[in-house]
Design a protein around this ligand. Structure first.
Ligand code: SAH
Ligand code: SF4
Ligand code: F3S
Length: 474
């Protein structure tokens, strides 16, 4: 394993040289195939991974591959997630199917990258049981993808593995191919320092690093010039943005800078850790014309005892106090959350506490996960793991409350006229388009493809639980 501390200042330039080199190999392949070779990037996991996949796609397009949705492509890349074990199982399952495809297409190449690859046990398993994989790299060296592709073309080795343990650098200005023309994510920071006791992210994404404000602003300005109207600022804990920069800048300060960008209409951010959400952030949001009325504020558990064991560093009361401040300042805000059910030692009484918070906080939506034991995390070594049976019972109880609460919350907007960013044509009915409210809920209404990317006024007519039907106005 390399440590990655030796990234040179000229890394971007170096990678562009590899892009030129890779182009030649792809051209040769195109001649052999009699057509442009194709690629397919499959993303597992969170928005950070989705953004990383856009970086992979940017490089592949630049070197001459053509994107396709199908995994029958000449180059298939899995950008993996390991936050819960089912994410890993999905990858292994789909690799089996890929092996069959590869047998039929001798030109096919397969690469694996992302969080799962940062775990030595995963690499061992792939080296042993999935010998047909051509290239493996991790989260810290994704910037050298062009270089790795060149190595893949040049090397005689069956499988190239390049994993770094960590990095303290950020490589800027590499090509990116966006999935949506009108909206984009942008990383404001990488990694995480929180070490919640159940979570593997700090181990696979490394220590927290913030990008320079000027790099973020320049990137967003360029995105806006290219048609982006909505930006999502991404980080595992955006509220601690800027703490490790030489000229410290807080997250609310960054938001104010982003707000100034002309032509940008909407700003979103993810994820907020409750322990770091400041009054200043609430103030800035309240005054802002661009920041969307949505905060994703993972609770994980409503029991102060469990929260302590989770190393979340807030109590039930402190969480509710933050929610109260947010709702008082912005009554139209939507608050969504993540919950983990079945953390070691969790009892019926702890679940009662979680249910109590769900009711009091009146969440607009909640993602409920069954606790998954992640090797190497402190929680995995805890002795009082909860039985599957108990978890199922608790899970159903929590889910029932979540459904009640979210249905009640969603009804609030019926009859109101709201601004909607039109995102796509409706999958099932092409006379409809689908858009997003500022508060992140979805609305379907009559409209044409020409509306995609614009912000329109829509009257909310009917609530279907998690989404609405509406009517465009004026
Ligand atoms: N940085 C974000 C969360 C990133 S992971 C935060 O702290 O809020 C996304 C979600 O996955 C978490 O909020 C948590 O609910 C869930 N999660 C993380 N580790 C998990 C595990 N071991 N088992 C089950 N769910 C987990
Ligand atoms: Fe994981 Fe906690 Fe970091 Fe979120 S804040 S990524 S849950 S360690
Ligand atoms: Fe998964 Fe990595 Fe994101 S583990 S949730 S893809 S940071």
């Amino acid at each position: 394993m390399e440590t990655g501390n030796h990234i040179s200042k000229n890394e971007t330039k170096r990678q562009f040289e590899y892009i030129e080199k890779a182009k030649k190999y792809v051209e040769a392949l195109a001649i052999e195939l009699g057509r442009k070779p194709t690629f397919c990037v499959t993303t597992f996991g969170c928005q950070m991974n989705a953004r990383d996949s856009e970086k992979l796609a940017g490089i592949l397009e630049k070197i001459g591959y053509e994107e396709t949705e199908s995994e029958d492509a000449d180059f298939v890349i899995y950008n993996t997630c390991t936050v819960r074990d089912n994410a890993n199982q999905k990858v292994y399952g789909r690799l089996g199917a890929l092996s069959t495809k590869k047998k039929k297409n001798p030109h096919m190449r397969i690469a694996l990258c992302g969080c799962m690859m940062q775990e030595p046990s995963v690499i061992e398993k792939i080296q042993k049981s999935y010998r047909f994989v051509d290239l493996i790299f991790g989260t810290h060296n994704i910037f050298k993808f062009a270089e790795l592709v060149v190595t893949m073309f040049e090397s005689k080795k069956r499988m190239i593995v390049d994993i770094w343990q960590d990095t303290n650098q950020i490589v800027e200005d590499l090509p990116i191919e966006r999935k949506y023309k009108f909206k984009s994510g942008t990383n404001i920071m990488f990694g995480c320092n929180n070490f919640c006791s159940y979570c593997i992210v700090p181990y696979v994404r490394g220590r927290e690093r913030s990008r320079q404000p000027k790099d973020i602003i320049r990137e967003i300005e360029n995105l806006v010039a290219d048609g982006v109207v909505e930006i999502m600022l991404l980080g595992q804990n955006v509220n601690s943005y800027g703490k490790n920069l030489e000229d410290a800048m807080s997250f609310p300060e960054l938001l104010q800078e982003v707000e100034k960008i002309e032509g940008l209409k909407r700003i979103r951010f993810m994820t907020s850790h409750p322990k770091d959400l400041s009054d200043e952030l609430i103030e800035v949001m309240k005054k802002s014309k661009k920041i969307c009325r949505h905060i994703h504020l993972p609770l994980q558990s409503g029991s102060t005892k469990i929260l302590k064991e989770m190393n979340r560093r807030y109590t039930k009361e402190q969480y509710l106090e933050v929610v109260d401040k947010i709702r008082t300042a912005m009554p139209d805000v939507s608050i969504t959350t993540d919950l983990i059910i079945g953390f070691p030692g969790e009892t019926d009484e702890d679940i009662d506490e979680t249910i109590d918070v769900i009711k009091k906080a009146q969440f607009d939506n909640a993602f409920t996960f069954i606790y998954s034991k992640r090797t190497g995390t402190p929680a995995a070594a805890m002795e009082n793991q909860v039985s599957e049976e108990q978890v199922k019972l608790s899970f159903n109880r929590v889910l029932e409350t979540v459904h009640e609460m979210t249905a009640q919350q969603a009804k609030r907007l019926v009859g109101e006229t709201v601004e909607v960013l039109v995102e796509e044509q409706n999958e099932h009915d092409s006379s409809l388009v689908t858009g997003k409210l500022s508060n992140n809920t979805i609305v379907h209404f009559a409209g044409t493809e020409a509306l995609i990317g614009s912000i329109v006024s829509v009257k909310i007519m009917e609530c279907k639980g998690f989404y609405y039907f509406g009517q465009m106005e004026g």
